[in-house]
Structure formats: C-alpha cells, structure tokens
Design a protein around this ligand. Structure first.
Ligand SMILES: O=C(O)C(=O)C[C@]1(C(=O)O)C=C[C@@H](O)C=C1
Length: 106
C-alpha cells in the first residue's frame, strides 16, 4: 500500500473504531445492493412475458454486450477493476435469465 494512502492512527483503539465504522457502512450498502438486485430481477417477469409474446429468446447477446460496454466505461470512470465488475454483471445476467426460465415454467 502506497504510504500516501494509509490513515495514521494514534492507537489500536482508533484503528478498531475506523474498522467498525467502515463495516457498518458496508452493511448498509450491502442491504441497498440486495434491494437493487431484487428490483432488477423482478423485472424479469415483464421481460419474459414480452419475449414470449414477440417470440424472441431469453438470451439477448447484443443487449448483454451493450450493458457490458457501458459497465466497462462506468468502472473505469470510478477507478474500479472492470474485469471483476464484469464478472458481477454477468452473474446478474445469469440471475435474470434464471428467473425468466422459472417464470416460463410456471
Ligand atoms: O433485456 C433483456 O432482454 C433481458 O433479458 C435482461 C438481461 C439483463 O439481465 O440485463 C438478461 C438476459 C439477456 O440476455 C439480456 C439482458
């Protein structure tokens, strides 16, 4: 870790406090992420209904590529690893496709 990037602590208690505060913030963010994942996945019902009616497949390669390109740019803008973010995005595609298949089986 670059010496300019570390926080200087007066003692272990101060470091522990920052660790605890950071974890509380992560807990809140994780709850928000799950809410957003649930909202995103819930859209699969409308999507698969429309796809069934217009008779197109669940997998849309062009749409996934469009999203991947957008996500790459966003990841770079925010200086986070694009390859790892793309793995997460691809899992969200899998989650949505899985839910679409489930709705079709109902
Ligand atoms: O937009 C669609 O056509 C969807 O089915 C949604 C979604 C996605 O999760 O964004 C999922 C599967 C498709 O391959 C493309 C995109």
């Amino acid at each position: 870790m670059n010496k300019d990037n570390i926080t200087i602590f007066k003692n272990k208690s101060e470091a522990q406090s920052l660790l605890n505060e950071s974890r509380l913030e992560i807990d809140k963010i994780d709850e928000n992420l799950i809410e957003l994942f649930a909202r995103r996945t819930a859209l699969s019902k409308n999507i698969v209904s429309a796809k069934k009616y217009i008779n197109v497949p669940i997998y849309d390669k062009n749409r996934e590529k469009e999203i991947q390109n957008k996500i790459k740019n966003l990841a770079n803008d925010k200086n986070i690893d694009e390859n790892i973010i793309l793995k997460i995005m691809n899992l969200l595609f899998d989650l949505n496709k899985f839910q679409q298949e489930k709705f079709l089986e109902e």
